[in-house]
Design a protein around this ligand. Sequence first.
Ligand SMILES: [Zn+2]
Length: 197
Amino acid sequence: MMPEHEQRFERIASEFLERPAGDYAELLRSGHVSSPDGVDPDEWREEIRRNARQDRIRVITSRVGDGAVATLNRKIPDDRAMDAMRAALDRTTALGDLEERSAELGHKPGRWLGHDDESIAVCDRCGARIYAPHGALNIQDGEALTERCPSSPNRAENPDPPIRSAPIHIPGRRSSGLRQRDDRPPTLLAHAALSPG
Ligand SMILES: [Zn+2]
């Protein structure tokens, strides 16, 4: 991943963690959306309202039990809603394409995180990353788009047998015989030129 993309990735990961990227699009598409589990409902409502303000769209959000819901105010002019919806759909489609590309490499990207014009995702299995600025859909970056997932159960080469509750011991088979790879993602620290002394 390019250093400038890596920087953006780290920033979104730390500042916008748990903030949903796809719920606003879902709201525009279906007219209503509920907050997902594990997300702070008040932060979620604020994020939805912030998106709506930016598009000058009226939404109604409210707390329901432990979560929250948002509803599109149908009194808004249709053309404005349509423009915003089209943009959100384009974004959703673009992110879906990236998910597909990474899935072809065996990755299992989790929930998209992000804000107005950037999104990030991380493979649930190996931690490989995707960075995607929305403004320039031809720019995407991350290991999950270029490298095969080392933890995919479906990888064609070197498939591991599924682990049963009663393991079968195969004579001569050594766990150290499995190919080990260092797949730790490079961190910003690696780029920090720390001069010793
Ligand atoms: Zn992976």
